[in-house]
Design a protein around this ligand. Structure first.
Ligand SMILES: Nc1nc2c(c(=O)[nH]1)N[C@H]1C(S)=C(S)[C@@H](COP(=O)(O)O)O[C@H]1N2
Ligand SMILES: [Mo]
Length: 222
């Protein structure tokens, strides 16, 4: 099994996990169509919401500045391990993007600020053979993305949303935002960005969810 064995079983939302695994088996919400991101803003099968739902496995860690640590390591030449005060000295980026969650809701125009993935990648220098990324979070959650999908100008590690400090419920102090993939790829409470040579499926990817997760071609399950 994967890293999710470390999830505190007691507070884990086992019913929610079982339901979402069943959705994957049933192919729930699949419309069998594709959309063109250049023309259609809403991906197939999605529904627009105005609020911002909270989704996670039930344990919302409180990551204080003292507990904060961000490691960027693995198949890199110059691994990094940052304390909160060190993280705060990095060059910052602000971006507006849409959220598309695999459970059907989408939310437009989220203004994120934090540090661009490319800023961090430039600091660690991925090795030639590096192809994938595993994101590890303080609640034991993991998710995998291709290095090519992480190494994009609109991917960032965000500590602020719509002008305010990112709340702990939504992954504060620091979460990943990968706007062109379903939102389960955007790890909350990020602890470690592990650059890898081989692909390693994360929590939902081991439970029937798509390895890539492109909302425009409806890669919900697989
Ligand atoms: N650490 C962590 N990150 C996570 C999750 C989680 O359970 N733990 N859930 C994912 C899922 S399934 C979704 S839809 C989004 C939800 O983010 P939100 O609660 O800010 O809307 O976080 C993703 N990142
Ligand atoms: Mo999700």
């Amino acid at each position: 099994m994967g890293d999710d064995d470390t999830l505190p079983a007691g507070r884990r939302r086992d019913k929610l996990i079982a339901t979402k695994e069943a959705w994957a088996r049933q192919g729930r919400l699949l419309t069998g169509t594709a959309a063109d991101p250049a023309r259609d803003r809403l991906p197939p099968g999605q529904r627009l919401v105005r609020d911002w739902p909270i989704l996670d496995l039930g344990t919302q860690p409180r990551v204080t500045p003292a507990k904060f640590r961000l490691d960027i390591d693995g198949a890199v030449r110059r691994p990094l391990s940052l304390r909160w005060d060190e993280y705060l000295t990095l060059p910052r980026t602000e971006l507006v993007s849409d959220i598309h969650c695999v459970t059907q809701w989408s939310r437009y125009d989220n203004r994120w600020s934090g540090v661009a993935a490319r800023t961090l990648l430039a600091m660690v220098e991925a090795k030639e053979e590096a192809r994938h990324v595993v994101l590890h979070a303080h609640d034991g959650y993991t998710t995998n993305v291709r290095l090519g999908d992480f190494d994009q100008p609109d991917v960032l590690l965000a500590d602020s949303w719509n002008g305010a400090t990112l709340s702990p419920e939504h992954g504060g102090p620091l979460r990943v935002v990968i706007p062109r993939l379903y939102f389960w790829k955007s790890a909350k409470w990020v602890r470690r960005v592990e650059i890898t040579i081989a692909d390693r499926p994360g929590f939902w990817e081991q439970r029937g969810y798509h390895n890539t997760g492109d909302p425009w071609s409806e890669q919900r399950y697989g």
